[in-house]
Design a protein around this ligand. Structure first.
Ligand code: IPD
Ligand code: CA
Length: 279
């Protein structure tokens, strides 16, 4: 049976490559930094230009599809996941890295139908790594199949996480207490490359056992969800329940055991949902 969404996925891969080339060329040249929710939530002309490029191309080729994009939402568009085929796009994941020339920056394109993610494309454009996954067909990096780590022991694991961009002291305290609990399990190490999408691809690649974060957005993780699942991994909310794409909390792990061990250590907070104003 032909794959109904193959055409969309091929287009996403081609868009991610074009967008990634643009991002790569702009690193450290696009010095005009603007602020969003706080002084550490950055945006540049490149974020906006890349999102416009992707949005216009999707609207032209798939006029009936819906679109949720980080910069469109920042400009006031609704962030509501309906049953309609929906592109969920982060034009530059790792904007802080982009601004500083720290070499982990990704274009992230997820695609959902009936609220179920069907494919994910993450192009880590400085590394020139194209991660792709189609539901039921496996996950790949530059065409090579991906498989999560088979590690079952949390104390032999590396865990990825981030500090996010909320500097309210109550939130920072929870981030630190969660991290302290996990570090002291103990684990082999804690890492984080500054891009949620790339952290998830590292789980899929098997070099870190898990990634968790509170404060991410749906566009940071939509593509990574399919890539992790298709590499054999699992997704969970930080409270141990099922992942809710709009809840701004995620655990992505190589297996349920590791995900649950992390969830037990997390001092959870509940950021304002992505769909709060449109729910
Ligand atoms: C951010 C990155 C970062 C994570 C933040 C995200 P952005 O996305 O993924 O690693 O800690 O929570 O918002 O702003 O660079 O697209
Ligand atoms: Ca972004």
């Amino acid at each position: 049976m032909p794959d109904l969404w193959q055409d969309a996925m091929d287009h996403a891969v081609s868009l991610a490559r074009t967008a990634g080339t643009l991002v790569r060329e702009a690193v450290q040249n696009d010095m005009k930094v603007m602020l969003k929710s706080s002084s550490v939530d950055l945006v540049t002309k490149t974020d906006q230009k890349v999102e416009k490029l992707i949005l216009e191309s999707v609207k032209e080729k798939f006029p009936t599809h819906s679109f949720i994009g980080e910069e469109s939402v920042a400009a006031g568009e609704p962030c509501k996941l309906s049953d309609s085929p929906t592109w969920i796009v982060d034009p530059v994941d790792g904007t802080t890295n982009f601004v500083h020339g720290y070499p982990f920056v990704a274009v992230s394109i997820g695609f959902a139908v009936n609220k179920k993610l069907e494919f994910g494309v993450v192009y880590s454009c400085i590394e020139d790594k194209m991660y792709t996954a189609r539901r039921g067909k496996g996950a790949f990096c530059n065409g090579q199949p991906l498989q999560v780590s088979d590690q079952k022991e949390i104390n032999q694991s590396i865990i990825a996480t981030e500090f996010g961009s909320d500097r309210h002291v109550e939130v920072v305290d929870k981030i630190f207490s969660s991290m302290r609990n996990i570090l002291c399990l103990p684990v082999h190490g804690i890492r984080g490359v500054g891009s949620a999408a790339i952290n998830m691809c590292l789980v899929a690649s098997g070099c870190v056992e898990a990634y968790y974060e509170m404060g991410i957005h749906c566009w940071d993780i939509a593509a990574g969800v399919v890539i992790v699942e298709e590499a054999g991994g699992v997704l969970m909310d930080v409270d141990g329940g099922p992942l809710d794409l709009m809840s701004r909390r995620v655990i992505a792990a190589n297996n349920k055991m590791i995900a649950e061990r992390i969830s037990e250590q997390i001092d959870a907070c509940a950021p304002l949902r992505d769909d709060a104003s449109t729910a």
